[in-house]
Design a binder for this molecule. Structure first.
Ligand code: NAI
Ligand code: 15L
Length: 268
């Protein structure tokens, strides 16, 4: 059955804010959670993923969870450990205890960030490519995917791990022309991940149908995802401003881009 009530964690963040606007049109009733207050949503649950009791109450009665909360850039191992590893474990335990059967987990391209980007006629990167994290942040997403697999095998809880590319209103770099997940396509993909039958643990790449795509969207399409957007209309301007991706630049050599050389750091 189609889930109706969905807990959206990380609701105050960039993707969470976009999804709060777009997902209700699919018929979902969203319950919101974040460490930070959510603008315009006084009912949102303000809680840390460290707080097991709050998580248990937050997941009670929901049909599914979209889990976006956590540290979304590079940080110290200790901070990543608390939010993205221990915090994720707390969320899955709360879901198990309350009988929530489906989770959409925001993994990241940075779980496979050190994979060389395809050039020329190279094939698209498959979802089965080995984990090659480019940061402690990417490493935490590798852990998250393994945790999701374990909760499926051990407890029969289903997860779609979405290796999100770059989900922002518009692409802002030449790399993002390959990675961009438009907000509308992100909502389409999350909807597919919530409603597809028998997903077990499925890993998908999360991007729009970009002309310059680097990775294989077939496992996402198999869920029923039909991307409608393409970054190409932004290409001429971005390439004129920034130049094409260089063959010699180490920051342009891998899927993870500059995360492989000079990762942006979590400010808090
Ligand atoms: P963001 O940093 O804007 O939002 C993350 C939210 O999580 C923030 O509102 C923050 O307050 C909350 N949060 C952090 N630690 C928490 C904790 N301990 N307890 C409760 N809430 C906590 O990140 P964004 O861009 O919205 O990304 C959302 C998710 O998608 C993240 O998990 C990120 O790793 C993943 N992702 C995003 C991509 C993108 O292009 N935006 C690309 C790949 C993955
Ligand atoms: C991510 O995983 C980050 O959370 C997001 O802020 C972007 O940097 C994105 O990857 C990207 O690679 O563009």
């Amino acid at each position: 059955p189609t889930p109706r009530t969905v807990l959206l964690t990380g609701a105050a963040g960039g993707v969470g804010t976009l999804m709060r606007e777009l997902l209700p049109a699919y018929g979902y009733e969203l319950r919101l959670l974040d460490l930070a207050p959510v603008d315009g949503a006084p009912d949102a649950i303000v809680a840390d993923l460290a707080d097991r009791k709050a998580l248990r109450e937050a997941v009670r009665g929901v049909d599914a969870i979209i889990h976006l909360a956590g540290i979304s850039l590079e940080s110290t191992f200790e901070k990543i450990l608390a939010a993205n590893i221990t915090g994720l474990h707390h969320l899955y335990e709360a879901a198990r205890e309350e009988g929530v059967r489906r989770i959409v987990f925001a993994s990241s391209n940075h779980a496979v960030g050190f994979t060389p980007r395809p050039r020329g006629d190279d094939p698209l990167i498959p979802v089965g490519t080995p984990h090659r994290p480019d940061t402690f942040y990417g490493l935490s997403k590798c852990f998250g995917e393994d945790l999701a697999q374990f909760y499926w095998d051990m407890h029969g809880m289903e997860t779609v791990s979405v290796r999100v590319g770059s989900c922002f209103p518009e692409p802002t770099s030449v790399r993002m022309l390959s990675m961009w997940l438009s907000p509308a396509d992100c909502a389409r993909l999350f909807h597919a991940a919530l409603t597809a039958e028998h997903v077990g643990h499925t890993v998908v790449y999360g991007s729009s149908a970009n002309t310059r795509l680097w990775w294989d969207l077939s496992s996402a399409r198999a869920l029923g995802y039909e991307p409608q957007d393409d970054s190409e209309p932004y290409a001429e301007r971005l390439v004129a401003e920034q130049g094409p991706l260089s063959d010699d630049d180490p920051a342009a050599a891998h899927l993870g881009g500059h995360f492989c050389t000079d990762p942006p750091r979590w400010p808090h």
